[in-house]
Design a protein around this ligand. Structure first.
Ligand code: NAP
Length: 235
């Protein structure tokens, strides 16, 4: 049996092509479910995941989680090493960098470097607290409603991609946005805001991806499917 650590479009796509059990963290109330078997909720750290891999006779793990889901990737790398299960990271490429982007190493650094007053924040609900002390006005877009702490002056937009360039352009213009803050998530579902920001001449503050553990990494679903096929035939 194969385990896909999911929560991304790539994870759902991979689950369409291989027989696997997909795992979701359970953060979203109405998640887009992958095809096939799905389990939901944390494993209980490295120990819990290692035990789960043994109990379910898993013979390969593909981590197709979001590029900023750092903890689960670190845990999976360690648990697979411990149990002796082949482990692959599937990570889509980051956004193609554009001139003038202000790169920062984390969300906290982004909060300290806001070159404007009306901020479009697309880093997600879990990072909102980092901006709580900022005096600027925020338009914050996320999938699930946020909980405090959060900035005092804020409009929350509950929405899930994909988004279009026209839609992003109109949204940013209607709120008189003068800075876009985002993560280097990559992919086409959320890249329209970058194009819209460029058209509007708005500065972009972009958070670098966290480093990966020293595991094998592929960038596409096709490569992951080939890796799984090889892992199966070399058992
Ligand atoms: P995280 O900080 O790396 O993980 C925190 C804990 O959540 C993990 O230790 C694990 O709990 C549990 N967890 C995370 N992903 C899981 C999965 N696929 N299956 C089972 N348990 C999981 O993760 P996160 O940033 O909160 O992201 C949670 C999920 O949302 C991920 O699956 C990710 O693909 C998706 N997502 C994240 C972002 C983002 O910006 N971070 C954006 C879009 C989607 P235990 O230690 O108890 O096992």
């Amino acid at each position: 049996m194969i385990l896909i650590l999911g929560g991304t479009g790539e994870a759902r796509e991979l689950a369409r092509h291989v027989e696997a059990v997909s795992s979701l963290a359970g953060r979203v109330t109405n998640p887009r479910l992958p095809r096939g078997e799905v389990r939901i909720g944390g494993f209980g750290g490295v120990d819990g995941l290692a035990q789960w891999l043994r109990d379910n006779d898993i013979h390969a793990v593909v981590d197709a989680t979001h590029p900023f889901a750092r903890q689960i990737t670190a845990n999976a790398f360690e648990a697979c090493g411990r149990v002796g299960v082949p482990f692959l990271i599937l990570r889509r490429p980051g956004f193609t960098p554009r001139d003038g982007w202000l790169w920062v190493d984390g969300v906290a650094e982004a909060a300290r470097n806001l070159p404007g007053e009306r901020i479009f924040l697309t880093t997600g609900r879990q990072d909102l607290a980092e901006f709580a002390a900022c005096p600027q006005w925020f338009l914050a877009r996320m999938v699930e409603p946020p909980e405090p702490p959060m900035p005092q002056r804020i409009e929350v937009l509950l929405s899930r991609g994909p988004f279009t360039v026209d839609g992003e352009f109109s949204l940013m213009r209607s709120r008189e946005i003068d800075v876009l803050v985002t993560k280097d998530s990559g992919g086409s579902m959320t890249s329209a805001k970058l194009e819209a920001a460029e058209q509007l001449g708005i500065p972009v503050v972009i958070v670098r991806r966290p480093p990966l553990p020293p595991a094998e990494v592929v960038r596409t679903v096709e490569e992951a499917a080939i890796w799984l096929e090889n892992a199966r035939s070399s058992r």
